[in-house]
Design a protein around this ligand. Structure first.
Ligand code: SAM
Length: 315
């Protein structure tokens, strides 16, 4: 059942993460090339008729798009949606958390690969760790709970911080999600060699703490497998696109900033929603979406590298 849509609202970002942003920079889309808020709402309305119930705003960095809270407010009016969430690097969330909560945002995921200031600068190009940490606590205090921290680990870069990320889940309403680094159109082969698989991380956590208990997480059904430490407030989730094939339980579609609908990270975009909305008929668009959903149900294996740049399609 496809009930989850990730919407990239911009390809721009205020960080230059070594594993995500194209080496040497990239040409950004012009404003008229990206979907307008009204168009995103139209697309989500149509997709909600096809079963989409949860929407996640991502990017690029969604908080660099002006008036993102207005989009949340507009989406909130689609009655059949049960949840609107956001994935952010957290740099600008501190000042936006309250207004986003008031606009109707339910939860946030914050991407954070290190808790060390100098290392954060090396990995992202910006001295912003303190802002991100403040954002986590601001999000919790305005009720954007639980906060999920998205963490990608690499050998010799940040693997020594596994335990610190796990500790966050013990005392706070914070869950840590370990995401295996996956190949994209960018050639980051040096990083691919440093990728750490999630079974290694899980073994390490169990050696250091205790056996992980399966968590009963109805909210994040889909690719994530969730656990918790006994008595911990938050969860530990594993998303393992490399060591696991989760096509059979993949419940998501992705809408890129320029309006292409992707059935899967590893499939080419299937529908040009922007052209269809600007030139075509709504009936034709509905027919194309029905076809794409059928095709996704038949797809059962990720193939090759993803032919996308993460900041375009939205992680
Ligand atoms: N700017 C926002 C953020 O930082 O959360 C949203 C977009 S970012 C592309 C979303 C997530 O994708 C981040 O957690 C990032 O670490 C992750 N990511 C980027 N490239 C990845 C890759 N090749 N493999 C695994 N995760 C990746």
């Amino acid at each position: 059942m496809i009930d989850y849509l990730r919407v990239s609202v911009t390809d721009r970002c205020n960080l230059r993460c070594i594993h995500c942003h194209p080496l040497g920079g990239k040409k950004f889309l012009a404003p008229e090339e990206i979907l307008r808020y009204e168009e995103i709402v139209d697309a989500v309305s149509i997709l909600s008729l096809k079963g989409v119930r949860r929407v996640r705003l991502t990017g690029g960095e969604p908080l660099v798009r002006i008036g993102i809270e207005n989009l949340v407010r507009m989406l909130k009016r689609i009655n059949s949606l049960s949840e609107i969430t956001l994935t952010t690097n957290g740099v600008a969330l501190g000042e936006k958390a309250k207004i986003l909560k008031e606009a109707g945002l339910n939860r946030v995921n914050i991407s954070l690969n290190t808790l060390k200031r100098e290392r954060y600068i090396e990995l992202t190009g910006r001295d912003a760790l303190q802002s991100v940490l403040n954002s986590i606590f601001e999000a919790l205090s305005v009720g954007l709970k639980p906060v999920k921290i998205n963490t990608v680990l690499f050998k010799g870069i940040n693997e020594d911080e596994i335990i610190d990320f796990v500790k966050l889940t013990i005392d706070h309403d914070v869950s840590t999600r370990f995401i295996e680094y996956f190949p994209t159109a960018m050639e980051f082969s040096a990083l691919e060699k440093k990728r750490i698989l999630n079974n290694v991380i899980k073994d390490l956590i169990e050696k250091r703490f205790d056996r992980l208990l399966p968590a009963d997480d109805t909210v994040s059904a889909g690719p994530a497998v969730s656990y918790r430490l006994p008595d911990a407030r938050g969860q530990i989730d594993f998303i393992s696109p490399i060591s696991e094939n989760f096509c059979d339980r993949c419940n998501r579609l992705r809408l890129s900033a320029e309006g292409k609908l992707y059935p899967c990270l590893f499939s080419p975009p299937d529908i040009d929603i922007k052209s269809a909305l600007r030139n075509g008929s709504r009936e034709e668009l509905e027919r194309l979406i029905d076809e794409l959903i059928l095709k996704k149900a038949e797809h059962n294996e990720p193939k090759g590298r993803g032919e996308f740049i993460m900041s375009d399609i939205g992680g």
